[in-house]
Design a protein around this ligand. Structure first.
Ligand SMILES: Cc1cc2nc3c(=O)[nH]c(=O)nc-3n(C[C@H](O)[C@H](O)[C@H](O)COP(=O)(O)OP(=O)(O)OC[C@H]3O[C@@H](n4cnc5c(N)ncnc54)[C@H](O)[C@@H]3O)c2cc1C
Length: 457
């Protein structure tokens, strides 16, 4: 009788939780993060040729209208929201050419990472680094500084060899790595023009072996430098409530492919976890009991190992749930200290953190608006499931304030709360970017009020 009652309660909780989840529309643009803005699709244009794109830009300029390009719409803040025309390159995609000698692929700008992975694989090539999903468009990814987890690799923008861009006056520019404009254009959040084509550097296809180990937070931090320096790719998922740390390393190997044995089990665990998170949002006072009883057990964080094609290992079996994130790029030397501060901050303020902190490393670059500009970086991502406004502000923005001395640079595709005066401190090339923006787009076609509040002088 008791067993049946327990089962019934579980079923009711599951049902209530499912009903409370939002339905999601998967037609592009796809909007993933909870609380993300809505796209006004009444002025949506979907050109299928470069000539059409040039015509639309000319039309916007002549009529004094704003124009923003949307990729897959995965960014949390209103980067791609337009107060005039919304341009989707969903019908302007596909491979233009593959140069096997140079190991480079040229694609139209609407191509997704997934399409690029598949095309490269069929030619025995692959991207050297990748984010944890491949649903995004390649341009949306490099425009926001999307990255992977390899200290020997920069973010995805550093793979761009050249790009083609339609500027506000309808001119088509081809920009190569050596050009002065390259470091401004390759991560410009769509403010300098519409990217129409891009050539990406690939390498020979490779296999990765992923090893998942479980440590305590203390062990993880003590071994941070050794671990991060001894693997091709490494990421850490930390639960600050239960003090557990899952380390996933991935190294190039010649082994035979060996997929995860229990994908269904992984999915089931993710559903159980989401249900726990949902309960915590209603009873935040239970965080301290519930997180350790799920995440802190061997049931959830389990050692594992698999061997797969690079892009299969780079991409985590991602379970889509209504969560939101703040991601900060810090100097690697400040990484452990920042985690310690976060740990103390969460515990002393009893913040109901119901998800992980993720750590990943990214090599430095010379791209003007890059979070990795001139700095080998540790990316600290705070993830939280359906936070209240108070928890959201406290967990993200109060923590940000606590570590400002480390000059954390936010991921452009995630949450942040910055002013332009602060941006000019964080990005040494901020003023040069503003000058370039005014030069290429004097009447500010390619902007919206959100970006205008951050990028004007
Ligand atoms: C589930 C999930 C997992 C993620 N994992 C990672 C990860 O592992 N690592 C990481 O770093 N990030 C990650 N992100 C963040 C994500 O990669 C970025 O938000 C990225 O910008 C999404 O690409 P998009 O195609 O959706 O771009 P959008 O959000 O649509 O656009 C981003 C920006 O690019 C501009 N843009 C797009 N196309 C063009 C064009 N053709 N010309 C000019 N401007 C253009 C837009 O105007 C906008 O400013 C993740 C996001 C989600 C939702």
């Amino acid at each position: 009788m008791r067993g049946a009652l327990f089962l019934l309660t579980c079923l009711l909780v599951l049902l209530a939780w499912k009903l409370s989840s939002n339905g999601r529309d998967h037609s592009p643009p796809i909007i993933i993060f909870e609380g993300s803005h809505a796209f006004n699709l009444t002025n949506l244009r979907t050109p299928s040729s470069r000539e059409e794109i040039v015509d639309i830009v000319n039309e916007a300029r002549r009529n004094g209208r704003k124009l923003r390009v949307v990729g897959s719409g995965h960014s949390i803040l209103p980067l791609a929201i337009s107060e005039g025309i919304t341009l989707s390159l969903n019908k302007y995609r596909g491979v233009v050419r593959v140069d096997l000698g140079a190991k480079q692929i040229t694609v139209k700008a609407g191509a997704t990472l997934k399409e690029i992975n598949t095309a490269l694989d069929s030619h025995g090539l692959a991207l050297g680094v990748l984010s944890c999903i491949s649903w995004q468009t390649i341009v949306g990814a490099f425009m926001t500084g999307t990255h992977g987890a390899a200290i020997n690799h920069g973010n995805l923008a550093t793979l761009v060899v050249s790009l083609e861009m339609v500027t506000a006056n309808g001119e088509v520019l081809r920009i190569n790595r050596d050009d002065e404009l390259y470091n401004a254009a390759v991560m410009s959040l769509g403010m300098l023009g519409v990217i129409t084509e891009v050539t990406i550097q690939a390498e020979d296809a490779f296999t990765l072996r992923e090893e998942v180990t479980v440590l305590t937070l203390q062990e993880c931090m003590n071994q941070f430098h050794n671990m991060t320096m001894s693997h091709d790719n490494i990421k850490m998922w930390i639960d600050v409530v239960s003090n557990s740390c899952l380390v996933s390393s991935a190294d190039k190997v010649k082994d035979h492919l060996r997929p995860f044995p229990n994908l269904w089990w992984l999915n089931l665990k993710m559903h159980m976890f989401e249900m726990t998170q949902w309960i915590i949002t209603m009873f935040p006072q239970l965080t301290g009991q519930l997180m350790p009883s799920i995440i802190g057990t061997p049931l959830f964080f389990q050692p594992n190992s698999r061997v797969g094609k690079s892009y299969e290992i780079f991409n985590v079996p991602f379970y889509e749930s209504p969560q939101t994130q703040q991601e900060l790029a810090l100097d690697i030397k400040d990484c452990v200290k920042s985690v310690e501060i976060l740990h103390q901050f969460v515990h002393s303020n009893k913040i109901p953190v119901n998800s992980f902190i993720e750590l990943r490393l990214v090599n430095s670059d010379k791209i003007w608006l890059s979070p990795n500009y001139n700095r080998n970086s540790c990316h600290l991502t705070q993830i939280i499931y359906r936070p209240s406004t108070e928890t959201f502000n406290q967990y993200f923005y109060n923590y940000f304030d606590l570590i400002t001395a480390f000059h954390p640079r936010p991921h452009w595709g995630k949450n942040f709360n910055l002013t332009k005066s602060y941006l000019s401190v964080l990005y040494p090339k901020y003023e040069d970017f503003i000058v370039t923006k005014h030069h290429l787009d004097p009447s500010g076609i390619f902007t919206n009020s959100f970006l205008e509040s951050l990028f004007t002088n």
